[in-house]
Design a binder for this molecule. Structure first.
Ligand SMILES: N[C@@H](CCC(=O)N[C@@H](CS)C(=O)NCC(=O)O)C(=O)O
Length: 316
């Protein structure tokens, strides 16, 4: 039976032959020294969901680059609204109000940046990087936000480290690209597939890539770089998907050929990242688990949240 528009949420408009098609991000401006969006402490604000793997990337980069004192954040409720939009709810543990505008939902924030937003029929995604000075959205594409955070760290706001050093940039981009369709987006394509063929294709590509990554991590700590490698954006982009895998995707998105815990190198990889200073604090397991099983009623009609798994990084 086809889910109703209500049950299927924002994704109803994004299918082609049963395959889930991810929409592109709308706001693509950049922070640049002396540009419209100049480098300034406490000017930019990040709206995130702790459930969302794309938003998680930006929080991890913010921590690793030492930008916590320069970029403020607000966190939406883990409950996604039936149309796919996000609300603020300071009553919910780990979530906040919209500290900048007191909007009830993220749609209100998008509407401030883009008059006519609500009529446009689009739904605002997280993460969102907001500029206090021009009262607008700078960017809502996670990959570009983390690259900008790197530039901020280089410009003296953060701890000066880089997750994308120039000599490794090509290798980093190639690794992020190679993981994007198959893994980061692949779990969604598996879970939201509306035909057996679309599902089979997505799950096969997903596990082929996980097998390759398991092999690639033999004798390495990080995905990119000489020797055992060095921590880069490529690791930051892969981690949020792997960290949600056994907790959610295996069951909810039917990504069940194997679990991450069955891959020794991938399991060691997520543990390595989670043990970096400040990273465990960015992992809100309740938001992650409750969000998916509760919000996608078209694939989990009665919103039952599974009890397990008993093992995994989320238990430590
Ligand atoms: N390309 C975006 C994707 C962001 C995205 O899809 N976020 C999801 C949450 S995991 C969202 O807000 N979805 C709302 C919707 O599409 O209705 C990025 O990487 O920043």
């Amino acid at each position: 039976m086809e889910p109703t528009d209500e049950q299927a949420g924002a994704w109803t408009k994004a299918f082609d032959s049963g395959k889930f098609i991810r929409k592109s991000s709308e706001f693509r401006d950049q922070i640049e020294p002396n540009g419209t969006f100049d480098v300034e402490s406490n000017r930019y604000h990040l709206y995130v969901s702790h459930a969302c793997p794309w938003a998680h990337r930006t929080l991890i980069a913010r921590t690793l680059l030492g930008l916590e004192d320069h970029i403020t954040t607000d966190v939406v409720d883990w409950r996604m609204n039936p149309n796919g939009s996000w609300s603020f709810n300071e009553e919910e543990e780990g979530a906040t109000a919209d500290s900048l505008h007191r909007e009830e939902s993220l749609e209100g924030v998008y509407a401030r940046a883009f008059p006519g937003w609500k009529e446009s029929g689009r739904i605002g995604t997280v993460p969102v990087l907001w500029d206090r000075k021009h009262s607008t959205i700078v960017n809502n594409e996670s990959r570009e936000i983390i690259r900008m955070f790197d530039a901020l760290s280089q410009s003296g706001l953060g701890n000066g480290t880089s997750l994308c050093p120039e000599p490794l940039k090509k290798e980093i981009d190639a690794m992020i690209d190679a993981n994007y369709e198959a893994v980061n987006n692949g779990v969604y394509k598996s879970g939201f597939a509306r035909t057996q063929d679309a599902y089979d294709e997505a799950v096969t590509a997903l596990f082929d890539r996980l097998d390759e990554l398991e092999h690639h991590l033999n004798g390495r700590e990080w995905l990119v770089g000489q020797g055992t490698g060095q921590l880069t954006e490529a690791d930051v982009c892969l981690f949020p998907t792997l960290a949600r895998f056994d907790l959610v995707y295996v069951v909810h998105f039917k990504c069940n050929l194997r679990r991450i815990i069955d891959y020794p190198n991938l399991q060691a990889f997520i543990e390595r990242i989670i043990n970096l200073e400040g990273i465990r604090e960015t992992c809100h397991w309740h938001h992650i688990k409750a969000h998916y099983f509760w919000s996608h009623q078209n694939i989990n009609t009665f919103r039952i949240i599974p009890l397990g798994p008993l093992d995994g990084v989320h238990t430590k």
